[in-house]
Unconditional design. Sequence first.
Length: 234
Amino acid sequence: MVVVGVIASAIGIALGLWIDWFPAQASTQAKEIDTLWDVLIIASVPVFVLVMVVVGTAIIKFRQRPGEELKDGPPTHGNTRLEVIWTALPAIIIVGLVIYAWQVLETIDKKPSSEMVVVVTGQQFTWTFEYPQPGGKPVRTNQLYVPQGQSIEFKIKSVDVIHDFWVPAFRIKMDAVPGITGSYRITPTRTGDYAIVCAELCGLGHSTMRQTAHVLSRERFDAWMVAQQKGAAS
Ligand SMILES: [Cu+2]
């Protein structure tokens, strides 16, 4: 059982780390989150294998054979040492993972010195993005434009039902709930176009609620913003 378990765990962990689960890492937060995922794979595969090996062995070794239909199994008693082990070990593993996950959350949610705010509003079936302007009307767009290397705080709202603002390449997602403004922050690390998805079933057009996040270089973003401000003024 130990040999089977060790081999199956090694194969499972290798497979779990080898599979390319996620799209491109396009934010500083993505790296932390993907590492957390890998640690969870390493911690959970052996637990799954342990349970399966014990169940599989019990099914093969202790199954009812012909002629044993009327027999009862041997009487069993508790085993204090086993019970202490299978209670304490999972408790230690879970506390360890909780502390680590909490640290990851602290790291990815740390407020930097300079931050840009984008107000994201969900409505059946589109996203609208607003860039607050000091002393003026906000710039509103239907496509998301953000500068590379700049921390951005999304303030997430909804005007009708519950939506969920998700850019898989940035990893983090959050429900857009009517009456509540949620928020999370990301720092884009690479320029390019990334899908925006609504991740909460919000009605008939839910699957079409897709737009694009354009990560631009600082200079290109500034030029885009100037053009938008001129457009808003006219
Ligand atoms: Cu939606």
